[in-house]
Design a protein around this ligand. Sequence first.
Ligand code: AMP
Length: 201
Amino acid sequence: MAYDGRLGRTVYSESSIDNFMDSHDRLQLARLRGLIRDVANFPKHGIIFKDITPLLADAAGFALATEYMTQPFRHLEVDLVVAVESRGFIFGAAIAKNLSTGFVPVRKAGRLPAATDGEEYVLEYGTNRVEIHRDSIRRGDKVLLVDDVLATGGTIAASARLIQRLEGELIGATFLLELAYLNGRSQVGNTPVQSVLRYEH
Ligand code: AMP
């Protein structure tokens, strides 16, 4: 656990300064880390895929993960949770429930039925386009972005651009895992980024 000056509160995560984390947090985070399965060469050769399905299947692990993802934003004003298809939806819906906010999906091209705005982005393993309903965010809405993994930051940067285009205010982004060596958080400027589990290599 550590005090985060930008968020103005104590946060619980491996992205906090280690020395401030108490032994209870360390144990809990180690337990969560043990529920992530590395799958080599999926979906392409050379990628180590972080499989979150063992964590999702564990009732205590899933509850703890969503609580840690929510906690730094619990006392901030948040109007909407925006989450990215598809694994982001799992955490985003739980976090929206925790924060009593609405939920807005960012989806892959062609999936949303009404008028959309879209952005192209580069993935760690390919390229993609994400879209959002034009009427899903009102000017000035305070938005929390959610996804499962922060890798290169391309997905979250594209989502942030969509929020900006709709004149929402991005107040933070929260992830279960961060592949810190890819420096994805640099893609969202000064936006506070929370990640529960940090991978340095
Ligand atoms: P990026 O745009 O590079 O930050 O990639 C983030 C998105 O790709 C997230 O939606 C993740 O679900 C997925 N992703 C990227 N790399 C991995 C990985 N090594 N393991 C699992 N998911 C990943």
